[in-house]
Design a protein around this ligand. Structure first.
Ligand SMILES: C[S@@+](CC[C@H](N)C(=O)[O-])C[C@H]1O[C@@H](n2cnc3c(N)ncnc32)[C@H](O)[C@@H]1O
Length: 295
């Protein structure tokens, strides 16, 4: 697997944009409504919506291999509403909306959002570039203690560095984050434990190589005709363990994390992503958990 494909390895294209995407966006939208209702009674905080992987507003982008392979109908395409559009279509609003992606996607998104009724009056900021850079800047801004931010981090792959997440410690932030448990991380944790992409795994989990090996691999003695050998075995149910480990890490930053995340499965019922919520507010976490249970 090349470095590039390790990072952007996709869920088989025929499943992308399928029911799991809608399930994720539906759950998130429900949370946003509840969040804005609560925040309206807290006028002290200026609210920010931070969409770190905002997309272009559609599922189709003719210039990427992934989108080329989607083979979705025009009807499906037109019916698709990404998170940005859903959030901006709500009656209640944030004080600021931050959208991060590459320039090309942002240009398309801007155009799409401009056509929404009421969108003009809302403070939208489009920032091109790597989400990690903007997460660090956001964390700095939030040190002023004037802002409450709802983050939506929805990458296809392992694009989020742990240090960008950790920068949000002690801030008034609530976060929904998509973890590519089955679709990518599990594949980088190869069965033989070669861990060719250990650098990526380290920056993703915020753990050392030794810690990662300890979590996912066991050493066992094997007796052969030529004596005893030590072999490395990957643990059982690694996908669930990836989710658990990431949740454990999130707990070092936020006080409350949904212990049971929303599990997004492909059509073969294999978990591909886990969608997790974290906050320093117990009530917020209870709302998120409730949404997950009912999804
Ligand atoms: C799953 S799509 C986002 C879908 C969108 N949230 C929606 O609701 O329609 C992921 C997006 O992340 C963008 N992306 C990839 N790497 C990125 C990075 N390092 N920083 C910011 N955006 C990135 C891609 O260009 C792509 O548009």
């Amino acid at each position: 697997m090349s470095d590039q494909s390790a990072l952007s390895l996709q869920e088989p294209s025929e499943h992308w944009g399928g029911p799991w995407t809608v399930k994720k966006l539906d759950a998130f939208s429900k949370y946003v409504e509840a969040y804005l209702t609560i925040m309206q009674s807290n006028p002290y905080w200026k609210t920010i919506y931070f969409d770190g992987f905002a997309g272009c507003g559609t599922r189709k982008d003719l210039n990427t291999e992934l989108y080329n392979q989607l083979k979705i109908t025009l009807e499906e395409e037109e019916g698709y509403k990404g998170a940005a559009e859903r959030v901006l279509s709500l009656d209640k609003c944030f004080d600021y909306y931050y959208f991060i992606d590459n320039q090309k996607s942002l240009d398309k998104l801007k155009e799409k959002l401009a056509s929404l009724p009421d969108a003009d009056g809302r403070q939208k900021v489009f920032k091109p570039g790597d989400c990690n850079k903007w997460l660090i800047k956001l964390a700095e801004l939030m040190q002023s203690n004037k802002y409450a931010t709802l983050l939506f981090l929805d990458p296809f792959g392992m694009h989020i560095d742990w240090e960008s997440i950790a920068a949000l410690k002690e801030t008034r932030s609530d976060i929904w984050i998509l973890i590519p448990t089955g679709v990518i991380v599990n594949r980088l944790l190869d069965k033989a434990g070669e861990l060719k992409h250990i650098d990526r795994l380290q920056s993703f989990f915020g753990l050392s190589e030794e810690e990662i090996r300890k979590e996912f691999f066991k050493k066992e003695k094997q007796t052969t005709l030529f004596g005893d050998d030590e072999i490395t075995r990957k643990i059982r149910d690694p996908i669930q363990h990836i989710a658990n480990l990431y949740i454990r890490q999130l707990h070092t930053i936020w006080r409350y994390v949904t212990e049971t995340p929303l599990v997004l499965r492909n059509s073969r019922n294999v978990p591909i992503y886990h969608f997790v919520f974290a906050s320093n507010n117990a009530a917020a976490k209870n709302i998120a958990s409730d949404i997950i249970i009912k999804s």
